[in-house]
Design a protein around this ligand. Structure first.
Ligand code: FES
Length: 244
């Protein structure tokens, strides 16, 4: 992890509530792996406030692309202070070819880089979107990805087939309900794939990260062998290791 500064080159409104920010940075493409994140201070004067969490969507034309809520806080020419990369890349299972990504009522953004990398490598990805996640513009996703819509929490047509089809499942739920929702999903998975192999199902813990280095304890997740630091051991954690 290191600290650096970056300048905002362009801000484009993609939808009413989503903006694409293009950032000139000294992070090289590939230096921030899917799953890792940055902690960003948008204004030097915002010292007492928590840094904002950024998960790069991709690098293009020498710029780092970030999705943010469609507000007007950032403008071209602004400089931001960045700490990163933080956390670990998604622990993908060796040999996994079929990925099932389930996003419940939160932004799809933390999974975009993973979707691009897996489909770019010729692997299959099915994305199940529920609630707020359905607002992500499908045109921003690779054409190879299969998009399904879920009418209710973790429930959609063909759920059984999809869970049996997948080599690995990655779930993303709102931070304030993540444990509760992942417990529900883990129970379903174990009914269909018992015993689920280690690393088969990951939950992405998109928790506030005041320090990002495992020092403050604000992001602890109860684990079977003690608390797990989502900021350094995650954000994507093996659901088999969580104490629900
Ligand atoms: S954010 Fe401080 S320990 Fe994780």
């Amino acid at each position: 992890m290191r600290q650096t500064h970056a300048s905002i080159e362009r801000v484009t409104r993609i939808t009413a509530d989503l903006a694409r920010v293009e950032v000139a940075t000294d992070f090289a493409p590939g230096s921030i792996r899917p799953g890792q994140y940055l902690l960003v201070r948008l204004r030097p004067a915002w010292e007492p406030y928590l840094r904002e969490r950024w998960t790069p969507v991709r690098f293009a034309g020498g710029l780092m692309l970030i999705d943010r809520p469609g507000d007007d806080v950032l403008m071209p020419g602004d400089t931001v202070d960045i700490l990163g990369p933080c956390g670990k890349p998604f622990p993908l299972r060796p040999g996994a070819e079929r990925f099932l990504l389930i996003v419940q009522n939160t932004s799809l953004t933390p999974l975009i880089a993973l979707i691009e990398e897996t489909t770019g490598a010729g692997k299959s990805a099915t994305v199940v979107l529920e609630g707020e996640a359905q607002r992500y513009p499908p045109g921003e996703l690779p054409r190879e990805v299969e998009i399904l819509h879920a009418p209710q929490a973790w429930g959609w047509l063909d759920q059984v087939d999809a869970i049996k089809w997948a080599d690995q499942i990655i779930a993303l739920a709102p931070p304030h309900r993540a444990l509760e929702r992942y417990a529900q999903l883990w129970s379903t998975i174990n009914q269909l794939r018992a015993p689920a192999p280690a690393g088969f199902a990951l939950g992405y813990f998109n928790l506030p990260a005041p320090c990002g280095v495992g020092a403050c304890g604000a992001c602890l997740v109860p684990g079977k062998h003690g608390d797990i630091c989502a900021c350094t051991d995650g954000p994507a954690l093996d659901l088999a290791e969580i104490s629900f």
